[in-house]
Design a protein around this ligand. Structure first.
Ligand code: SF4
Ligand code: SF4
Length: 155
Protein backbone atom coordinates (compact mmCIF):
# COMPACT_ATOMS: atom_id res chain seq x y z
CA UNK A 1 0.00 0.00 0.00
CA UNK A 2 2.79 2.39 1.03
CA UNK A 3 4.77 1.46 -2.13
CA UNK A 4 1.73 2.30 -4.30
CA UNK A 5 1.39 5.69 -2.61
CA UNK A 6 5.08 6.47 -3.07
CA UNK A 7 4.81 5.46 -6.74
CA UNK A 8 1.85 7.85 -7.28
CA UNK A 9 3.70 10.69 -5.55
CA UNK A 10 6.76 10.07 -7.76
CA UNK A 11 4.58 10.17 -10.90
CA UNK A 12 2.93 13.43 -9.85
CA UNK A 13 6.33 14.93 -9.01
CA UNK A 14 7.75 13.93 -12.41
CA UNK A 15 4.65 15.20 -14.22
CA UNK A 16 4.95 18.58 -12.47
CA UNK A 17 8.60 18.82 -13.50
CA UNK A 18 7.57 18.03 -17.07
CA UNK A 19 4.86 20.70 -16.97
CA UNK A 20 7.42 23.21 -15.70
CA UNK A 21 9.84 22.37 -18.52
CA UNK A 22 7.16 22.60 -21.25
CA UNK A 23 5.81 25.91 -19.93
CA UNK A 24 9.34 27.33 -19.70
CA UNK A 25 10.22 26.27 -23.25
CA UNK A 26 6.96 27.62 -24.69
CA UNK A 27 7.67 30.99 -23.02
CA UNK A 28 11.24 31.00 -24.31
CA UNK A 29 9.98 30.07 -27.79
CA UNK A 30 7.75 33.16 -27.81
CA UNK A 31 10.62 35.34 -26.60
CA UNK A 32 12.81 34.05 -29.46
CA UNK A 33 10.03 34.68 -32.02
CA UNK A 34 9.77 38.32 -30.87
CA UNK A 35 13.56 38.65 -30.79
CA UNK A 36 13.93 37.64 -34.43
CA UNK A 37 10.62 39.14 -35.68
CA UNK A 38 10.27 42.49 -33.90
CA UNK A 39 7.39 43.46 -36.21
CA UNK A 40 5.23 40.94 -34.34
CA UNK A 41 5.70 42.67 -30.98
CA UNK A 42 2.34 44.02 -29.79
CA UNK A 43 3.57 45.97 -26.75
CA UNK A 44 3.12 49.74 -27.16
CA UNK A 45 6.36 51.58 -26.36
CA UNK A 46 4.67 54.53 -24.68
CA UNK A 47 5.60 57.41 -24.39
CA UNK A 48 8.32 56.96 -27.04
CA UNK A 49 5.64 56.21 -29.65
CA UNK A 50 3.51 59.23 -28.79
CA UNK A 51 3.66 60.54 -32.38
CA UNK A 52 2.56 57.29 -33.98
CA UNK A 53 0.27 56.01 -31.23
CA UNK A 54 -2.91 54.50 -32.64
CA UNK A 55 -6.00 55.53 -30.69
CA UNK A 56 -9.23 53.73 -31.66
CA UNK A 57 -11.73 56.18 -33.21
CA UNK A 58 -14.40 55.44 -30.58
CA UNK A 59 -12.06 56.11 -27.66
CA UNK A 60 -13.49 58.84 -25.38
CA UNK A 61 -11.16 61.07 -23.44
CA UNK A 62 -13.01 64.31 -22.75
CA UNK A 63 -15.64 66.63 -24.19
CA UNK A 64 -14.29 69.18 -26.66
CA UNK A 65 -15.84 72.00 -28.67
CA UNK A 66 -14.11 72.25 -32.05
CA UNK A 67 -13.77 75.75 -33.48
CA UNK A 68 -13.37 76.56 -37.16
CA UNK A 69 -10.46 78.60 -38.54
CA UNK A 70 -12.28 81.84 -37.61
CA UNK A 71 -12.85 80.75 -34.02
CA UNK A 72 -16.56 80.05 -34.60
CA UNK A 73 -18.43 77.16 -33.01
CA UNK A 74 -21.64 75.36 -33.96
CA UNK A 75 -23.37 75.75 -30.59
CA UNK A 76 -26.84 77.31 -30.64
CA UNK A 77 -26.98 77.65 -26.83
CA UNK A 78 -29.97 75.30 -26.66
CA UNK A 79 -28.66 73.84 -23.35
CA UNK A 80 -29.71 70.30 -24.27
CA UNK A 81 -26.28 69.00 -23.29
CA UNK A 82 -26.46 70.73 -19.91
CA UNK A 83 -29.97 69.42 -19.22
CA UNK A 84 -29.13 65.85 -20.22
CA UNK A 85 -25.78 65.53 -18.47
CA UNK A 86 -26.50 63.13 -15.60
CA UNK A 87 -24.11 64.78 -13.15
CA UNK A 88 -24.05 68.47 -13.93
CA UNK A 89 -20.66 68.50 -15.63
CA UNK A 90 -21.71 71.15 -18.16
CA UNK A 91 -22.77 74.77 -17.72
CA UNK A 92 -23.88 76.71 -20.78
CA UNK A 93 -23.97 80.44 -20.09
CA UNK A 94 -26.16 82.21 -22.61
CA UNK A 95 -25.81 85.87 -23.52
CA UNK A 96 -26.58 88.16 -26.46
CA UNK A 97 -24.28 89.00 -29.33
CA UNK A 98 -23.69 92.49 -30.79
CA UNK A 99 -26.89 92.25 -32.81
CA UNK A 100 -28.94 91.35 -29.75
CA UNK A 101 -29.36 87.71 -30.73
CA UNK A 102 -29.11 84.83 -28.24
CA UNK A 103 -25.52 83.56 -28.25
CA UNK A 104 -23.16 81.32 -26.34
CA UNK A 105 -21.31 83.31 -23.71
CA UNK A 106 -19.33 80.61 -21.96
CA UNK A 107 -19.22 76.84 -22.14
CA UNK A 108 -17.91 75.28 -18.95
CA UNK A 109 -17.06 71.61 -18.73
CA UNK A 110 -16.08 69.97 -15.44
CA UNK A 111 -13.87 67.13 -16.51
CA UNK A 112 -13.29 65.98 -12.93
CA UNK A 113 -16.91 64.83 -12.58
CA UNK A 114 -17.57 63.71 -16.17
CA UNK A 115 -18.14 59.98 -16.61
CA UNK A 116 -17.48 60.15 -20.38
CA UNK A 117 -20.94 58.71 -21.04
CA UNK A 118 -21.25 60.61 -24.37
CA UNK A 119 -24.89 61.63 -23.74
CA UNK A 120 -24.15 65.34 -24.24
CA UNK A 121 -22.58 64.62 -27.64
CA UNK A 122 -25.51 62.42 -28.68
CA UNK A 123 -28.17 64.98 -27.78
CA UNK A 124 -26.43 67.96 -29.37
CA UNK A 125 -28.51 68.82 -32.48
CA UNK A 126 -25.68 70.66 -34.25
CA UNK A 127 -22.69 68.41 -33.49
CA UNK A 128 -21.09 71.32 -31.69
CA UNK A 129 -19.29 69.08 -29.21
CA UNK A 130 -17.34 65.86 -29.61
CA UNK A 131 -15.57 63.36 -27.42
CA UNK A 132 -11.88 64.14 -27.85
CA UNK A 133 -9.02 61.69 -27.70
CA UNK A 134 -6.43 63.52 -25.62
CA UNK A 135 -5.81 61.08 -22.79
CA UNK A 136 -2.84 62.68 -21.03
CA UNK A 137 -4.90 64.58 -18.48
CA UNK A 138 -3.40 63.51 -15.17
CA UNK A 139 -3.07 66.36 -12.69
CA UNK A 140 -2.90 66.89 -8.94
CA UNK A 141 -4.92 70.11 -9.20
CA UNK A 142 -8.64 69.36 -9.33
CA UNK A 143 -9.46 72.92 -10.41
CA UNK A 144 -7.33 72.44 -13.52
CA UNK A 145 -10.04 70.05 -14.69
CA UNK A 146 -12.69 72.80 -14.77
CA UNK A 147 -12.37 73.67 -18.44
CA UNK A 148 -13.78 76.60 -20.38
CA UNK A 149 -14.37 75.19 -23.84
CA UNK A 150 -15.57 78.52 -25.19
CA UNK A 151 -15.69 82.10 -23.95
CA UNK A 152 -17.14 84.99 -25.89
CA UNK A 153 -14.73 87.88 -26.36
CA UNK A 154 -15.23 90.61 -23.79
CA UNK A 155 -16.97 88.39 -21.20
S1 SF4 B 1 -19.92 62.82 -21.29
FE1 SF4 B 1 -21.70 62.41 -19.96
S2 SF4 B 1 -21.03 63.02 -17.90
FE2 SF4 B 1 -19.57 63.90 -19.36
S3 SF4 B 1 -20.32 65.96 -19.73
FE3 SF4 B 1 -21.21 64.65 -21.32
S4 SF4 B 1 -23.18 63.98 -20.52
FE4 SF4 B 1 -22.01 64.81 -18.81
S1 SF4 C 1 -23.31 72.14 -27.34
FE1 SF4 C 1 -25.04 71.41 -28.57
S2 SF4 C 1 -26.54 70.68 -27.06
FE2 SF4 C 1 -25.06 71.95 -25.96
S3 SF4 C 1 -25.98 74.00 -25.91
FE3 SF4 C 1 -24.63 73.89 -27.71
S4 SF4 C 1 -25.95 73.24 -29.39
FE4 SF4 C 1 -27.06 72.81 -27.51
Amino acid sequence: MKDNLTGLQDKSYISRIWQGITSLTSGLKLTLVYLFSPSKVVTQQYPENRETLHIPPRFRAQVEMPLDENGNHKCTSCKLCEKNCPNGSISVLVTKDKTGKKALGKYIYRFSQCTLCNICVEVCPTDAIIMGQGFENATTDREALDLTLFKMEGL
